[in-house]
Design a protein around this ligand. Structure first.
Ligand code: UDX
Length: 427
């Protein structure tokens, strides 16, 4: 089956590569000539473990290709996946749908026969019906149905999530479209991964509700963590103690410097706006957002307190700046709030990250980039563990402390045992 994917961002690219690995013929489209040239030469513009190998394998098998010409991709395709960006609209937090609607119009004009137009981008309730209207208006002759197929992949584990999903959600109303999508997902179905067929609105809302729920767990444990600190409890023990209850579950209960990334901040904000728009305020989600903003402020206060009330003139080493490990993505990373606050307060900030420098250089002006944790920590007054890359999970704490001016660590990811860390300080 021929499939077109519009947009070679994170979701589009991973989906395109994985669908071609299922044996489908996939043509990915992007407006950026530079990106398409890069992809055609086998280079992956993002850091995602394993993606380059899978891309090369399927491209050389002739199942996967990249083009800037949307009409070539859509011509003869039975399914067209729209995977363009839906960033937060500046100022109001609504999802910006201009790319989705523009793609729908372009697809409408390029359709040559029946196709199901599937929205993979995260879009507010009602968008798929609007997409159908746009296609119909732009090309009244077009034979098509729309479907919603939200993507739940995590950066850094995207291929695993695509190939072994907890579930696949498909919002679809027409039998013909459902059949095509069932055929596309057949390899997953054969491997017993559940597929949830539902209506368009439900599928659209499932994505937001899933992300808001996970963000809620994180904000919940981050608030509990603040209380733990005040009363002398250990948040890791509390998380373990509650997570072992199967109704709660142990995942997404790691306290940290606040959630970031391309999904949780944007989607919680969009869900809150959707609720307000429909006069059904999503008060829990609104609070989750406020708590997350507060967590980052609390981390800044912690660092300042560790430096005796002021970071002016102090050297601070920050280990990890991406929003989580195994990605080069800096979107909404806690570092983007915490590091500028330190610099604004007069600190000399030295940072290190295995993948973050390329994007981070422009986003974190005024920092000094280092090659490894120990050189970042040299003569420092404080080390902040901000992103839990493997490289920072098993540091030689004695060596680190030895290199520092004042051996202090703010372990914002709760990796190290407090007593072990304290004992590693020079005597
Ligand atoms: C998330 C969802 O997991 C995925 O299903 C959805 O499609 C897109 O958004 P992603 O943004 O790649 O994926 O990262 P994820 O691993 O979920 O982490 C999101 C943020 O939450 C990170 O900043 C992470 O550090 C933070 N987090 C996660 C915590 O602070 N504590 C946790 O226990 C888990």
């Amino acid at each position: 089956m021929k499939i077109a994917i519009i947009g070679t961002g994170y979701v589009g690219l991973v989906s395109g590569v994985c669908l071609s690995d299922f044996g489908h013929t996939v043509v990915c489209v992007d407006k950026s000539e530079a990106k398409i040239a890069q992809l055609n030469s086998g280079k992956v513009p993002i850091y995602e473990p394993g993606l380059d190998v899978l891309l090369a394998k399927n491209a050389s098998a002739g199942r996967l290709s990249f083009t800037t010409r949307l009409s070539d991709a859509v011509d003869g395709a039975e399914a067209v996946f729209v995977a363009v960006g839906t960033p937060s609209r500046r100022g109001d937090g609504h999802a910006d749908l201009s790319y989705v609607f523009a793609a729908a119009e372009d697809v409408a004009k390029a359709l040559t026969g029946y196709a199901v137009v599937v929205t993979k981008s995260t879009v507010p309730v009602g968008t798929n019906r609007k997409v159908a209207e746009i296609i119909h208006t732009a090309n009244p002759e077009a034979e098509f149905d729309v479907a919603s197929n939200p993507e739940f992949l995590r950066e850094g584990a995207a291929i695993e999530d695509f190939m072994r999903p907890n579930r696949v959600v498909i919002g679809v109303e027409a039998g013909r479209a459902q059949e095509i999508l069932a055929q596309i997902c057949r390899p997953l179905f054969l491997r017993d991964f559940p597929i949830v067929y539902t209506g368009l609105e439900s599928a659209e809302l499932i994505k937001y509700a899933a992300n808001a729920f996970l963000a809620t767990k994180i904000s919940f444990i981050n608030e509990i963590s603040a209380l733990c600190e005040r009363v002398g409890a250990d948040v890791k023990a509390v998380a373990k103690g509650i997570g072992l209850d199967g109704r709660i579950g142990s995942k997404f209960l790691h306290a940290g410097p606040g959630y970031g990334g391309s999904c949780f901040p944007k989607d919680t904000l969009a869900l809150a706006r959707i609720g307000q728009e429909h006069a059904v305020p999503q008060r829990i989600t609104e609070t989750v957002i406020a708590v997350n903003d507060g967590v980052k402020r609390r981390m800044i206060e912690k660092a300042v307190n560790l430096c005796g009330g002021s970071v002016a003139g102090r050297k601070i080493a920050v280990l990890g700046v991406t929003f989580k490990p195994n990605t080069d993505d800096m979107r909404e990373a806690p570092s983007l709030t915490i590091v500028p606050a330190m610099i604004g307060a007069g600190a000399k900030v030295h940072v290190v990250d295995p993948q973050g420098r390329r994007e981070g250089e422009a986003l974190l002006p005024g920092v000094t980039w280092e090659d490894d944790a120990y050189s970042a920590a040299s003569e420092a007054d404080l080390v902040i563990v901000l992103t839990e890359w493997n490289e920072y999970r098993a540091l030689d704490l004695a060596k680190l402390a030895q290199a520092m001016s004042t051996p202090q660590m703010a372990d914002f990811r709760n990796i190290y045992d407090r007593e072990t860390a304290m004992n590693a300080r020079p005597r």
